[in-house]
Design a protein around this ligand. Structure first.
Ligand SMILES: Cc1cc2nc3c(=O)[nH]c(=O)nc-3n(C[C@H](O)[C@H](O)[C@H](O)COP(=O)(O)OP(=O)(O)OC[C@H]3O[C@@H](n4cnc5c(N)ncnc54)[C@H](O)[C@@H]3O)c2cc1C
Length: 464
């Protein structure tokens, strides 16, 4: 017999809104999240921010704290610092917490693992001092830490957001180097009318750009060539091959992609999405995956943003309620109507954003032979090219031959680069190249935590 009716993995906007919906209709979900507090990436530490004034992070962050607070008082069963490393097609979930392994079984699983930043393997991207814009955000949100005089380079809303947050806090920014290609503006223009269906998101983006312009920091636009300068650590950026900007901290960013490790290890069906240049989990309207009892919602399935993730969480929860027999199909459809409509509106603006900030191909794959692709196993472009020359023409063969992707991150960083390189070299589509075949455990485990096993009992049997 299954222990839990519904287990949600990930307490970002998708997982939180799903949990609230389930509770509202009489199902108490168990939510597992590896973070200290619920909130996910965007609402990280929103209810206990170390910043004296969290409004510097923007109105969404402040509003997000309300969602987190509603969840915290909802009665949903939450286990923090629970790092899930195995999910079986049989509904079995294994996770690490406090140096031991915990096991449970669920009738319905909702996966909301969120996004990762797209790797940007330019020359020097592995030098000390180079991080991602998301890392800048995490440091700011969780520890109120900033890097004075940092350089920000790349493109996309998240990059402009962190620059604006720094400026609001009075932190010096050396420059913003924008790699959005000029032609993207033209290519995105036909999608603008549909994007206007969600004007608040467009307004938010424009006001960020305006804020940065008003601050008067140096902004370099239409940059197509980027390299980090420095021998043993970052000393600055060379842009377009001839202009150097000094800084000892550089934050790179050119978009996010679904975190593939959980959904891939579970062997869910995925499909290549050319608009977002990433893999999506194949799903039905309410988020159901290729396994009937597993749904996926939010950025972990396809990039939809925080608003989209909340909507998807609610829709997936309604479908789960229906499968658990709590509501009928007609009630599910009735309750879902507004969210389905809003999701269509958001899809219009998302397509516009994807087209506008589509990253340059030569910033997605390394250009120099000695640039590292796999940071964990220190494998360079030259190592991969040599492996390909020896007949390793798919991601798994290349992994076996070169160890690229076998390190602690389990391919999170090199996976998309390897698939793209193979697609280029073989002159074939990403769909036919596919991705690494991932397996559990999805993270490094110590023998100690692996050998200490505990069963997670359902809430009604647990003394809380
Ligand atoms: C670094 C980063 C920072 C971002 N900051 C912003 C921002 O400031 N503003 C904005 O609009 N958008 C931001 N985004 C985009 C934003 O994350 C999403 O649009 C939105 O948060 C998606 O919500 P979600 O619920 O799908 O996923 P998330 O909010 O990412 O939540 C996923 C949750 O799953 C948990 N998780 C993942 N894997 C496991 C596992 N194996 N075991 C247990 N728990 C797990 C994570 O701890 C996390 O709490 C950011 C993205 C990234 C990658």
């Amino acid at each position: 017999m299954m222990d839990h009716d519904c287990v949600i993995i990930g307490a970002g906007p998708a997982g939180l809104s799903a949990a609230l919906t389930l509770v509202k209709h009489g199902v108490t979900p168990l939510v597992l999240d590896r973070g200290m507090q619920p909130g996910g990436q965007i609402y990280h530490a929103s209810t206990n921010s170390p910043l004296p004034d969290r409004s510097a992070l923007g109105p969404e962050y402040v509003n997000g704290a309300r969602l987190v607070a509603a969840y915290q008082t909802s009665g949903a069963d939450h286990i923090a610092r629970a790092d899930v490393w195995h999910i079986g097609a049989d509904g079995k979930v294994l996770f690490s917490k406090d140096n031991s392994t915990h096991q449970l079984e669920a009738r319905e699983l909702l996966l909301c693992p969120g996004a990762l930043e797209r790797p940007m393997p330019i020359k020097g991207w592995t030098l000390p001092g180079v991080m991602t814009a998301g890392a800048a955000q995490v440091m700011l949100k969780s520890d109120a830490m900033v890097a004075e005089g940092a350089l920000f380079a790349g493109s996309g809303p998240l990059l402009y957001l962190i620059v604006a947050q720094y400026l609001r806090l009075g932190v010096k920014v050396a420059a913003l180097v924008d790699t959005t290609p000029r032609e993207n503006y033209l290519n995105a223009a036909p999608l603008l009318p549909r994007a206007l269906a969600a004007p608040s998101i467009l307004r938010k983006g424009l006001s960020l750009l305006w804020e940065i312009r008003r601050a008067g920091i140096p902004v370099y636009r239409n940059v197509t060539q980027l390299e980090v300068i420095g021998d043993t650590r970052a000393e600055g950026l060379r842009i377009n091959g001839n202009h150097d900007i000094s800084a000892d901290t550089i934050f790179l960013h050119h978009g996010v992609m679904p975190n593939p490790n959980m959904t891939r290890a579970l062997r869910l069906q995925h499909e290549w999405n050319e608009d977002q240049l990433t893999w999506h989990v194949t799903r039905r309207a309410f988020g159901q995956s290729s396994l009937p009892h597993v749904a996926v919602a939010g950025d972990g399935a396809a990039i939809v943003g925080a608003d989209g993730a909340e909507i998807e969480g609610r829709l997936a929860a309604l479908s789960i309620l229906c499968r658990l027999g709590q509501i009928s199909e007609p009630s599910r459809d009735q309750l879902a109507r507004r969210d389905l409509l809003r999701r269509t509106k958001l899809a219009g603006v998302r397509r516009f954003i994807d087209r506008l900030y589509r990253p340059l191909h030569h910033l997605r794959v390394p250009q120099e032979e000695n640039t590292l692709v796999c940071r964990c196993e220190e494998r360079s472009l030259a190592d991969l090219r040599a492996g390909f020359g020896k007949g390793a023409t798919d991601p798994n063969a290349l992994k076996s031959l070169t160890r690229c992707g076998m390190g602690p991150c389990q391919g999170r960083q090199c996976g998309p680069i390897v698939s793209q390189l193979l697609s280029d070299w073989r002159k074939t589509s990403m769909s036919s190249i596919d991705y690494y075949r991932l397996r559990s455990p999805q993270r490094l485990l110590s023998l100690e935590e692996f050998s200490a096993f505990q069963h997670v009992t359902p809430p009604q049997e647990r003394t809380r």
